[in-house]
Design a protein around this ligand. Structure first.
Ligand code: UDP
Length: 316
C-alpha cells in the first residue's frame, strides 16, 4: 500500500489532494499547522482509518513517523496574495519565507531519510510579471526581490533552488510543480482570491471588486484537473524536472467578473479598486512539458468549473 505525506494537507489544494489519494486506497498522513488551512477541510476524512492528521508546523521539523513513505507533497505555505485577507501571505510574511526555506529543508531531509519521492508545490509567481507569454519552464522570471509579494515569490524561488540542490547533490527523487491559478471546492471564502471574492460578492449582490482596469489576465485551472497533475507528477519518473501545471485558457479579470455575475444571475455592480503593487499583468502557462511528461490535459472548462464552485459557496 502506498503512503503519502501531504504537508499543507488542510489547505485548499492539499485537502482535495488528500481526498483523491484516499479514494485511490492510499494511506495519507496530513500535516498542517492550520494558519491558513482549516481542520474542517479534512474533518470528513477522520473516520477513514487510512487518514492521519497531525497539527504541526514543519518549520520546527518533521514529527517522528515510522514506516515507509512512498511520496511527500510539500504544499505547506500561505498562498493568497491579497493583503486585505487575514489568511494571505502578507499576513504571514516571515512564516511564508520560513516554510519555503527551513520547512522545505526539513521535508527534503525527511525524504532523503525515507528514500521517498518528493514534490514541491511551487508557483507561477516564480515568473513575477512575465515578459513573455505563455510562460514556459525555461523563463527565469521578472520578480521584484524586495516588494510585498517577494516573501512568496522569493520563498518559492529559494525552495526550488533547494530542491534542485538535493536532486544534484544527493540524487533525491524530486520534482517541482509550478502551479498556476487554481479554483474550486474547499477554497477559503475569506482568502481574498479573485474567484472566491467574485463569487461571494455576486451571491450577496455586493459590489464586485475588480482591481485596476481589469485588463490583467489569469488562466484558471479547476481543482480536480490540478490534483490529477500533481498525482501524475509524483508517480512518474520525472526526477529533477520542473513542470508547469495549470489550464492555459486565458481570461481578463474584467471578463471573469462579468462571467461570474452572469452565472450567478447576480445584480451586483462591477466596480474598480486600486491595483495592488506588483500585480502581474498576464499569466498563461505553457503546459506542453506537462502534456508530454505527465499526459496532463485539463478537462474542465471555466464555465463548468465555476458552476460547481458557485454551488459550493452557495451551500456554505
Ligand atoms: N483581483 C481582483 N479583485 C479581487 C481579487 C483579486 O481584481 O477581489 C485581481 C488581482 O489583482 C489579480 C487577479 O485578480 O490581478 C488574480 O488575483 P488572485 O489574488 O486570485 O491571485 P494572483 O494571480 O494575483 O496570485
Amino acid at each position: 500500500m502506498s503512503t503519502y505525506l501531504v504537508a499543507g494537507g488542510a489547505g485548499f489544494i492539499g485537502s482535495n489532494l488528500c481526498e483523491k489519494l484516499l479514494s485511490e486506497g492510499a494511506q495519507v498522513i496530513c500535516i498542517d499547522n492550520l494558519i491558513t488551512g482549516s481542520e474542517s477541510n479534512v474533518s470528513s476524512f477522520f473516520s477513514n482509518t487510512n487518514f492521519i492528521f497531525i497539527n504541526h508546523d514543519i518549520i520546527k521539523g518533521v514529527p517522528v513517523i515510522s514506516g515507509e513513505i512512498t511520496g511527500i507533497f510539500h504544499l505547506a505555505s500561505p498562498a493568497s496574495p491579497n493583503a486585505k485577507s487575514s489568511r494571505s501571505y502578507m499576513a504571514y510574511p516571515i512564516e511564508t519565507l520560513m516554510v519555503n526555506s527551513q520547512g522545505t529543508k526539513n521535508l527534503l531531509d525527511f525524504a532523503k531519510e525515507k528514500k521517498a519521492s518528493f514534490l514541491y508545490a511551487s508557483s507561477s509567481e516564480i515568473y513575477g510579471d512575465p515578459t513573455i507569454s505563455p510562460q514556459s519552464e525555461d523563463c527565469f522570471g521578472n520578480v521584484n526581490p524586495i516588494g510585498p509579494r517577494s516573501v512568496y515569490d522569493e520563498g518559492k524561488r529559494f525552495g526550488e533552488s533547494l530542491c534542485m540542490t538535493y536532486y544534484r547533490k544527493f540524487g533525491l527523487n524530486v520534482r517541482i510543480a509550478r502551479i498556476f491559478n487554481t479554483y474550486g471546492e474547499e477554497m477559503q471564502k475569506d482568502d481574498g482570491r479573485v474567484v472566491s471574492n467574485f463569487i461571494i460578492q455576486a451571491l450577496k449582490n455586493d459590489k464586485i471588486t475588480v482591481y485596476g482596469d481589469g485588463n490583467q489576465t489569469r488562466s484558471f485551472c479547476y481543482i480536480d484537473d490540478l490534483v490529477d497533475g500533481l498525482i501524475a507528477a509524483i508517480k512518474k519518473n520525472v526526477s529533477g524536472q520542473v513542470i508547469n501545471l495549470g489550464n492555459p485558457e486565458e481570461y481578463r479579470i474584467i471578463d471573469l467578473a462579468q462571467k461570474i455575475k452572469t452565472l450567478v444571475k447576480s445584480e451586483s455592480q462591477i466596480i474598480h479598486e486600486e491595483l495592488p503593487e506588483d500585480d502581474p499583468h498576464q499569466r498563461k502557462p505553457d503546459i506542453s512539458k506537462a502534456q508530454k511528461l505527465l499526459n496532463f490535459h485539463p478537462k474542465v472548462a471555466l464555465d463548468e468549473g465555476l458552476k460547481k464552485t458557485i454551488e459550493y459557496f452557495r451551500g456554505l
